[in-house]
Design a protein around this ligand. Structure first.
Ligand SMILES: NC(=O)c1ccc[n+]([C@@H]2O[C@H](COP(=O)([O-])OP(=O)(O)OC[C@H]3O[C@@H](n4cnc5c(N)ncnc54)[C@H](OP(=O)(O)O)[C@@H]3O)[C@@H](O)[C@H]2O)c1
Length: 279
């Protein structure tokens, strides 16, 4: 695969996996459009990228907003004339007791993690059709495979992303637009520090490089789906248990991060008060 002068949009490029992916594409000679909200981080990144890829630039904004997500593709094509690779990587975590999750938070997670990738993909597909080819890589999560404790809405947003991508495999057949899923396991990025209610997971965290390698693998080998890391005993056994012994898997996860009885009691008390206030 020749990346020189290919136009690559990387969302969520201000930190973590997206930041490393943007650098890796630029090092291979691609022109990178780096997208996220924190413009200071993007400015620093693009200054660096321009040393090897002078036409790279950034677009700052909120991908949870449909207009901005579409604008990212419009502006890229306006400035560079094409889009070869779209990496939908921007995302937020949401680890909290279900009793504490508000409807607005749930909608926000779906907008940023799932709908933004639908909006950018739908905007990019017509351009890729005209160019007679392109790649859309969706950075999802292992949570799409096995929902971790207290992450119902996060897992749902990533499962939706995976199902949408699977649908595109059939729907884009014959167009030469390749779509792929990368499912990271636990990766050492700042996403873990952004939790409202910290996760109990304290196992090993892998370097971002393994996800970046997986992004290049799905492009170069035209793979449909790759999990990174590929061989982690905990992840593989969770998937097998989900198929063969889902009850045992649930019991294991409940032991790992139980719901404290006082959390249920407080939620029940709140529900009672609200119910009494409403009637
Ligand atoms: N780290 C892990 O263990 C892990 C595991 C599985 C999946 N993932 C997935 O990998 C992807 C990258 O995460 P990461 O670990 O690299 O975390 P990260 O360092 O927190 O990066 C998340 C990126 O998404 C951007 N972003 C968040 N909300 C946005 C919004 N509304 N509009 C535009 N950009 C937004 C952030 O930039 P701004 O804040 O500047 O907007 C940041 O650049 C995410 O989709 C995540 O779900 C990560």
């Amino acid at each position: 695969m020749e990346y020189r002068d290919k136009v690559v949009i990387v969302t969520g490029a201000s930190s973590g996996i997206g930041n490393d992916a943007a650098r890796a594409f630029a090092e291979r000679g691609a022109i990178v459009v780096a997208v996220a909200r924190r413009e200071g981080h993007l400015k620093d990144l693009v200054e660096e990228l321009r040393r090897v890829s002078p036409d790279s630039f950034y677009l700052g904004g909120d991908l949870g907003d449909q207009n901005f997500a579409q604008e990212v593709v419009r502006e890229t094509v306006h400035r560079l004339g094409r889009i070869d690779i779209l990496v939908n990587n921007a995302g937020i975590s949401k680890h909290k007791q279900i009793y504490h999750l508000s409807p607005d938070e749930a909608e926000h997670v779906m907008r940023v993690n799932f709908l933004s990738s639908v909006w950018t993909s739908l905007a990019a597909i017509p351009h890729m059709l005209i160019q007679e080819g392109g790649f859309i890589v969706n950075v999802s999560s292992f949570a799409a495979k096995v929902a971790p404790p207290r992450e119902a809405i996060y897992a749902a947003s990533k499962s939706a992303m995976n199902s949408f991508t699977e649908g595109l495999w059939g729907d884009l057949a014959g167009s030469n637009i390749h779509t792929a899923i990368v499912n990271p396991g636990p990766i050492d990025t700042e996403i873990w520090d952004k939790e409202d209610e910290p996760a109990a997971y304290d196992g090993p965290k892998y370097p971002t490089r393994i996800v970046v390698d997986a992004i290049f693998e799905v492009i170069e080998k035209r793979r449909r789906e790759v999990t990174a890391p590929k061989w982690n005993l905990q992840l593989v056994s969770a998937q097998v248990m989900k198929l063969l012994a889902p009850g045992v898997l649930q019991a294991g996860m409940a032991r790992m991060e139980p719901v404290p009885p006082e959390v249920i009691e407080r939620a029940r008390e709140k529900a009672r008060k609200e119910s009494a206030g409403e009637t």
